[in-house]
Design a protein around this ligand. Structure first.
Ligand SMILES: *[C@@H]1O[C@H](CO)[C@@H](O)[C@H](O)[C@H]1NC(C)=O
Ligand SMILES: *[C@@H]1O[C@H](CO)[C@@H](O)[C@H](O)[C@H]1NC(C)=O
Length: 227
């Protein structure tokens, strides 16, 4: 009787089993590259103010972004370089006002089927790894070929994002909890008087502004994809 033989046979079998398990783990992880241990993007704070530097095909803009989820509203105040100051006020009921506040009194009202972004709108984004952007080490995600989103690994603040349209944002400030006073959310009277505004792009140059089309297009697609 040799007590060593069955023992070493057992060892061989368990080594094979262990190898099989390891191999199957390797195979399954390469089939499903995104694992539950991947970092997830931080939800947006329910209220914040951000200054964004935008670049769209080489045209520069500064956007003052006021995100206000509890009040169902989102404001983009857009300064085109050496150009127009445009107000893009979005309500969660789908109504958007695009206007100027100067003597041109331009306004366009759009009714969309979609509201503003939800705080958790990045849920389900695909993790792509880490990358240095604007001097910050960022986690990077992509969601439904709509947006590429870069978040600071350390502070979890957004640093940069790029829309599928090529419009990109560099986040310059991120003030969590900042709220714009109610009075500033009132669209001007001419938005409600100018009934032909939606129909006559020539007399309302704001309508011909590339920003508006891009914004409506992004917003329409955004919620059909992100919802
Ligand atoms: C803006 O984007 C264009 C490409 O669309 C690029 O060539 C240019 O360098 C960018 N400008 C800045 C200031 O990042
Ligand atoms: C949505 O809400 C805004 C702000 O209260 C309002 O001006 C607009 O008329 C509303 N739109 C609809 C379709 O009810």
């Amino acid at each position: 009787m040799n007590p060593k033989k069955p023992y070493s046979a057992d060892m061989a079998t368990s080594t094979k089993v262990l190898l099989l398990i390891i191999i199957s783990i390797i195979i399954s992880s390469s089939i499903h590259p995104s694992s539950s241990s991947d970092p997830t993007p931080s939800p947006w704070p329910h209220q914040f103010h951000s200054i964004l530097i935008m670049n769209y095909s080489g045209a520069n803009q500064i956007i003052d972004l006021w995100y206000d989820w509890p009040n169902g509203r989102n404001f983009n105040i857009i300064q085109h370089q050496l150009g127009k100051l445009l107000y893009d006020l979005e309500w969660n009921n789908g109504t958007s006002f695009f206007y100027t506040l100067d003597s041109t009194e331009e306004c366009r009202v759009a009714h969309l089927d979609v509201g503003i972004l939800r705080p958790n709108w990045l849920d389900g984004a695909n993790y792509l790894g880490q990358e240095h952007v604007d001097g910050f080490l960022c986690n990077v995600w992509e969601k439904v070929d709509f947006i590429w989103y870069y978040e600071d690994v350390v502070t979890k603040r957004p640093v940069h994002w790029v829309f599928y349209t090529g419009r990109s944002a560099h986040v310059m400030t991120f003030e969590v909890g900042a709220v714009l006073e109610d009075a500033n959310w009132q669209a001007p009277a001419y938005c409600f008087e100018n009934k032909d505004a939606e129909k006559n792009p020539k007399t309302h140059p704001v309508i011909a502004d590339g920003y508006l089309e891009t914004s409506v297009q992004e917003r329409t697609l955004r919620d059909s994809k992100l919802a």
